[in-house]
Design a protein around this ligand. Structure first.
Ligand code: HEC
Ligand code: HEC
Length: 163
């Protein structure tokens, strides 16, 4: 009984601690970092649902204005990895097929992403050092390691977020 109460008290804390930890799993295929981390950050797979990742992977020749095509084998390896580690449950909901200009879904247009960034001002998104919300590492100094703690955030004007 005492143990159960103790665990119940701990649960909300562990949930909060989790939100800023988006490390890639240890068994991430090397191809993911190599092929999906060359133009931008290799995004954490848990930030989109499986169907949205399938949409991204089936349209690589029309990738947000770029061509990110892959050979079939590499494509399969990366898609399997993304689908296996995709977000599920209530945290990340599908972005879906209805996207502006018919481009693939964006994790940065999810309600979750918007909620997490509701305090970020338009000028910060538009800043020359940021340019697009998908440029996670422009503000999250440890994004490459999958760490998004508030105390690691430095805004484009050089100001720490937590000051
Ligand atoms: C040739 C360069 C290039 C490669 C390679 C590439 N991407 Fe992209 N990706 C882009 C560009 C450009 C954007 C649009 C950036 C923007 O407007 O924010 C983008 C955006 C994205 C987005 C949406 C980001 C958001 O705003 O939420 C996802 C998801 C994504 N890429 C996944 C991948 C995956 C998975 C791979 C590997 C299979 C990959 N990308 C490889 C260039 C590339
Ligand atoms: C313009 C700067 C900026 C960019 C770009 C940016 N973020 Fe953030 N992010 C912030 C700020 C500031 C906060 C804290 C906001 C708040 O508390 O309202 C935050 C919060 C977060 C959190 C919540 C951390 C926690 O402790 O709960 C996560 C996760 C996160 N961002 C992920 C991302 C990812 C993934 C990307 C790229 C796809 C990204 N961010 C792009 C500035 C940015």
């Amino acid at each position: 009984m005492k143990t159960a109460l103790f665990l119940a008290a701990l649960l909300p804390l562990s949930f909060v601690a989790h939100a800023d930890n988006l490390r890639l799993p240890a068994n991430t295929p090397a191809a993911f970092q190599a092929e999906c981390g060359s133009c931008h950050l290799a995004f954490p797979p848990q930030l989109m649902v499986a169907d949205d990742w399938r949409r991204v992977m089936s349209t690589l020749d029309r990738h947000y204005g770029d061509n990110a095509s892959l050979d079939q084998e590499t494509l399969r390896t990366i898609e399997d990895f993304l689908v296996r580690n995709a977000g599920r449950g209530k945290k990340v909901l599908p972005v879906g097929a209805a996207t502006p200009n018919g481009e693939p879904p964006r994790l940065t247009s999810s309600a979750w992403f918007k909620r997490k960034h509701h305090e970020v001002k338009h000028a910060d998104w538009a800043h020359a050092k940021v340019k697009t919300p998908s440029n996670c590492a422009a503000c999250h100094t440890k994004a490459a390691e999958g760490s998004y703690r508030e105390r690691e955030i430095v805004m484009p004007n050089g100001r720490r977020w937590e000051d």
